[in-house]
Design a protein around this ligand. Structure first.
Ligand code: IMP
Ligand code: MG
Length: 174
């Protein structure tokens, strides 16, 4: 059965905010190159628009698939990471990890630790959404689009059991 979706952030506002983030990141990394590590599936939609809004920064893309929900909507707190990361892609490089949302923070914390162990020059986190009320580990995104309340968010890449990623706005399930 389809759920009732309520709009939280309209598409226009999402795109404006991503453009602002792109400008800010471009200023802070001006003249450098970044390796963007994109967490699929959810982070892909955001990452594409973010890259398109960046200027004067060379962006290399890496992608891994991470799943913490397993077709349900309760974070397992133990994200499964598919695909391997190889140290040579990260060593001595500036890494920007891009995801759709920071919830408990477990996923990003684990990935940050791995990348730091590879000897990256710097590791920062950029998330479209931040749900700080749900945090169980010490992780604050360096860049974030919007802070959201503890609602189940869908749209703009975020899914409920693999549905609703295609919605162009950010909504929540009632
Ligand atoms: P964390 O490890 O608990 O921070 O979980 C992060 C991952 O869970 C995100 O990358 C999302 O894929 C997923 N997630 C967390 N909250 C939501 C939500 O409200 N809607 C959809 N997916 C979510
Ligand atoms: Mg995710």
């Amino acid at each position: 059965m389809n759920k009732q979706i309520k709009e939280l952030i309209p598409q226009q506002r999402v795109l404006e905010r991503i453009a602002e983030l792109g400008e800010q990141i471009s200023r802070e990394y001006a003249g450098k190159s970044i390796t963007m590590l994109i967490l699929a599936n959810g982070g892909v939609f955001f990452a594409v628009d973010l890259i398109r809004s960046m200027k004067n920064v060379a962006v290399y893309m890496e992608c891994i698939r991470v799943s913490s929900y397993k077709k349900s909507c309760v974070s397992s707190g133990n994200p499964e990471i598919f695909g391997t990361l190889s140290a040579e892609d990260f060593k001595d490089n500036h890494i920007l990890i891009v995801d759709d949302i920071v919830d408990t923070g477990n996923t990003l914390k684990r990935i940050c630790e791995q990348i730091e162990n590879f000897g990256a020059a710097s590791v920062k986190v950029c998330a479209l959404l931040d749900k700080p009320s749900r945090r169980t580990v010490d992780l604050v995104p360096d860049y974030r689009g919007f802070e959201v309340e503890d609602k189940f968010i869908v749209g703009y890449g975020l899914d409920y059991a693999e549905k609703y990623r295609e919605l162009p706005f950010i909504g929540y399930i009632e």
